[in-house]
Design a protein around this ligand. Structure first.
Ligand code: ADP
Length: 428
């Protein structure tokens, strides 16, 4: 039996329907992301599911009990809610804020007992906040505060956690931290999690199932690979995207196609497909410059978690990623070579080469042998970055014989502007 049943609900704040005929079920132990453009009704759906708003049509039930018929205290023991914004003007201590989560459980006298404090303790421990318990809520960073609000909901010991954009104001590291925490709660404690998210890729990576709303109607429901198709996204968000099906996490990744690409990029620049070999932050600025000039980019192979890998993620650049701290495998090298061959040209950033990533140079040589143009930034000084005992230098010498060129970043820019990729102006 489904835990949650949303049966054909319609909801309006005033005259206009904000949700229309939404019908879905959520199983216990699921981790669901609610997606959709601004104003599509995501927050409203979450509020209807929490019992805060009552739909004009249809019904919502939790384990076959209509949510409005469950007394508020009991409802709060079942459902923990993390709202979009929490206003806490009074400088409560973190521990006091988390203890507020116990209120629905307190007896007649409203005093916290030993057992309540155990839940508070556990919620603080789970969210990694034990050491900060005596700080006031205003002495916490955005990420710690958000974890505190989640801890308050966990102290309720609920079966379901509903969260409205839990990471919207956090930087990328805290975003990942919160999603990892939720994933653990879902996997280890079996907590059912339903959250509203703005970020398609985070939701794709972490959620088991997704709900896509389109102007108050249910557009799609199911696992990410069924919901996040380029057609669905185009229809709902009105943007062109590429869906990368083979991201290293096995979940689809959405890459926005910059509109200037379709219009031919910046003035005087012919947009090209460029494959970049980077790593360790060596290509981050290069990627940004090439992207803003309107080129279509790919990167790799790099290790997951590497600065350039993260940079590519932020810029929605296709990337071949190996698992952290592993040598780049033959499989990933083959994918890299495929990308190089598909590109118009290959650029190798000032990457230090070691045993783990030297394969990228072998792939660049193979691409040259297939007739691809390869440019190496500061190629002549590759010896300073060669930590393989000389293999990188040898490969570079071999690459030169096949037409690879050393360039400065300025020269590269000039070459891309003038279409002078092989040292001679292209004849039109
Ligand atoms: P989302 O979370 O997808 O951005 P919301 O559920 O917040 O969407 O809002 C859906 C629609 O309902 C929007 O058009 C919004 O302006 C409207 N709306 C939201 N809250 C209220 C409210 N309290 N009163 C009136 N209209 C509201």
């Amino acid at each position: 039996m489904a835990l949650y049943r949303v049966e054909n609900i319609s909801f309006a704040y005033q005259e206009e329907w904000v949700l229309r005929n939404v019908d879905l079920e959520i199983e216990e132990g699921d981790f669901v992301g609610i997606l959709g453009p601004n104003g599509s009704g995501k927050s409203t759906l979450l509020k209807v599911m929490s019992g805060l708003l009552q739909p004009q049509e249809g019904r919502v039930s939790l384990e076959n009990r209509e949510i409005h018929r469950i007394p508020p205290g009991e409802r709060a023991r079942q459902i923990g809610v993390v709202p979009q914004e929490t206003y806490l003007d009074f400088p409560f201590m973190l521990e006091e804020v988390v203890a507020m989560g116990r209120y629905p459980h307190l007896g007649w006298w409203g005093t916290l007992r030993y057992r309540d404090m155990e839940y508070v303790e556990e919620a603080l421990a789970t969210t990694g906040l034990l050491e900060l318990r005596n700080r006031t809520i205003h002495q916490l960073s955005g990420g710690e505060r958000q974890r505190g609000i989640i801890a308050r909901a966990l102290a309720q010991n609920p079966r379901v956690l509903l969260l409205d954009e839990p990471v919207s104001n956090l930087d990328i590291k805290y975003q990942q931290g919160i999603f990892e925490l939720l994933l653990q709660l879902n996997r280890r404690e079996g907590l059912t999690i339903i959250l509203v998210s703005h970020d398609l890729n985070l939701a794709s990576q972490y959620c088991k199932n997704l709900i896509l709303l389109d102007r108050g109607r249910l557009k799609a429901l199911g696992p990410a690979e069924e919901v996040l198709t380029s057609e669905n996204i185009k229809q709902v968000y009105q943007v062109e995207v590429e869906v990368e099906k083979w991201s290293p996490l096995g979940k689809p990744r959405i890459n926005l196609r910059p509109p200037d690409l379709e219009e031919g990029g910046q003035k005087g620049i012919i947009p090209r497909r460029i494959h970049v070999v980077g790593g360790g932050g060596s290509s981050w600025r290069l990627l940004k410059r090439l992207r803003s000039a309107g080129h279509e980019l790919s990167l790799g192979a790099v290790n997951e978690g590497d600065t350039d890998s993260e940079g590519a993620r932020e810029l929605n650049i296709k990337c071949v990623r190996e698992i952290p701290f592993h040598h780049i495998s033959d499989e990933k090298l083959n994918q890299t070579l495929e990308m190089m061959v598909e590109a118009d040209l290959v650029v190798i950033a000032e990457v230090p080469f070691g045993r783990g990533n030297i394969g990228n140079l072998r792939m660049a040589l193979a691409a040259l042998q297939k007739g691809k143009k390869v440019f190496v930034l500061d190629g002549e000084n590759i010896a300073n970055r060669d930590f393989t005992g000389g293999d990188a230098v040898k490969l570079w010498e071999e690459m030169k014989k096949h037409g690879a060129r050393t360039v400065t970043p300025r020269e590269l820019e000039q070459i891309l502007k003038e279409g002078e990729e092989d040292g001679q102006k292209e004849k039109n």
